[in-house]
Design a protein around this ligand. Structure first.
Ligand code: ATP
Ligand code: MG
Length: 408
């Protein structure tokens, strides 16, 4: 089908009174940045909607990019004709012809006369457009309730828009419109999904990853960069903070409390993330925790771990089943990378029986006895390397020498 225009509808934020303008502007800026790769396309803004005149640009390619923009609820590719009855009927017939129906299809016309000077009201237009179509296309059956094909006809002064597809887009709130949070990004399946759902809610997300060179390989770090790159596709860019965690992690071994190692690690991760949040002006921490999934995600564990920070701990996946999380990971394009085998720092240090019900007082005592812990965490923050990742970032390909220390 040859389309003339795309119609973009805004998401739920249109309900939000005085913020609406700010939200719409943010979406508009984001749309403009996507359109820079489609130079012929032109934006027209209207109350509650955006129109993009294609001017020959490829509709499918453009839709694939625009679908990722948060704050856009749905997209319809549209054919435009002059607002005259005969032209509307003719174009509608052409539209259906190009759809090339192969089987009997239930159908209705939904006309909307926005331009009140047009001589036929909406109801009448449903018949004026619908009857000739039913005559011409023998596979069409009228159905008022839930038809398979709904031909929408919007009559405006500048032209009439004809379309039937309503393609769901990312929805949520515009990029960065609800503040900033630090996302603890491991190499697993869950945390990238937590990042995506946070971004969709309008949070600007900065990723924090803890690595334990030489226990974790350069590949593990590349994997996390690759995940951050996929996430950057939804907002244009993301910051990734790479925190050296080896010293802290190893300090927890040999305390005679191996079952608490994960608890201790998680608490240190949160403390470091809190310091980074302060430095970066973020107001929350996001993790990929899901209730009961592993020992550190039981309610007692989360209780002890969560006390290590004063910031709100957001756990968007907390009540989701793994199968649901995997489904989203596949949809957003992180799954294939997440299932690559490279170890992250936690997998390597998992004790035989990690505590599912850690004792806060014992944990605090171990931390107190580690006199250098606070200093080590501060050093880790100082030695943190920050990279800005965009969809164009080239992540270093596999090198033969395996581990490259300078790179860490
Ligand atoms: P994921 O699939 O996100 O790795 P998981 O089910 O493997 O989650 P854990 O390994 O217990 O669960 O991690 C729980 C959460 O802690 C992760 O979702 C992530 O937010 C954070 N996390 C774990 N390891 C790291 C790491 N090396 N760097 C940054 N964050 C981490
Ligand atoms: Mg993990």
């Amino acid at each position: 089908m040859k389309y003339d225009m795309l119609l973009l509808r805004f998401g739920e934020f249109t309900l939000k009174g005085k913020n609406r303008n700010r939200f719409e502007k943010t979406v508009l800026t984001h749309v403009r940045s996507v359109l820079s790769s489609f130079p012929a396309a032109q934006i027209q803004k209207e109350y509650g909607r955006l129109y993009i005149a294609l001017n020959g640009e490829n509709a499918d390619q453009l839709i694939a990019e625009l679908k990722k923009i948060f704050g856009i609820h749905s997209i319809s590719p549209v054919v435009v004709c002059a607002s005259q009855l005969d032209k509307i009927v003719e174009t509608s017939a052409l539209f259906l012809e190009q759809m090339d129906l192969k089987k009997e299809t239930s159908f209705k016309v939904t006309a909307r006369r926005v331009w009140k000077a047009f001589p036929h009201p909406s109801q009448e237009m449903n018949h004026l457009v619908g009857s000739p179509l039913l005559k011409k296309f023998s596979l069409l059956r009228v159905s008022m309730k839930d038809p398979e094909l709904q031909l929408r006809v919007e009559i405006r002064e500048q032209g009439t828009y004809i379309y039937c597809e309503v393609i769901p887009a990312a929805g949520g709130f515009p990029r960065g419109s609800n503040g900033k949070a630090m996302l603890l990004l491991s190499g697993g399946i869950d945390s990238p999904v937590a990042g995506f759902t946070s971004m969709r809610r309008g949070l600007e997300v900065e990723c924090v990853h803890y690595y334990s060179y030489p226990f974790t390989s350069r590949k593990a770090k590349e994997k996390v960069m690759e995940l951050a790159k996929v996430l950057s596709g939804y907002t244009g860019e993301v910051k990734l903070h790479l925190v050296p965690f080896t010293d802290i992690q190893t300090s927890f071994t040999g305390q005679g409390q191996d079952n608490l190692i994960i608890t201790l690690m998680r608490r240190s991760m949160l403390r470091i993330a809190t310091m980074l949040a302060e430095r970066e002006g973020a107001q929350a921490i996001v993790t990929g925790d899901s209730l009961g999934q592993v020992a550190s995600q039981t309610l007692p564990s989360m209780n002890v771990i969560g006390r290590a920070t004063d910031l709100p701990l957001l756990r968007p996946l907390i009540m989701m089943d793994k199968s649901e999380i995997i489904e989203i990971a596949k949809q957003i394009g992180t799954y294939e990378t997440s299932i690559l085998p490279y170890e992250d720092c936690c997998t390597l240090f998992v004790p035989k029986s990690p505590a599912t019900n850690p004792n806060l007082r014992i944990v605090e005592r171990i931390e107190m006895n580690l006199v250098h812990l606070q200093k080590m965490m501060e050093e880790a923050v100082e030695r943190t390397e920050t990279v800005v990742i965009t969809p164009e970032t080239v992540i270093e390909a596999d090198r033969e020498d395996g581990i490259d220390e300078a790179w860490f």
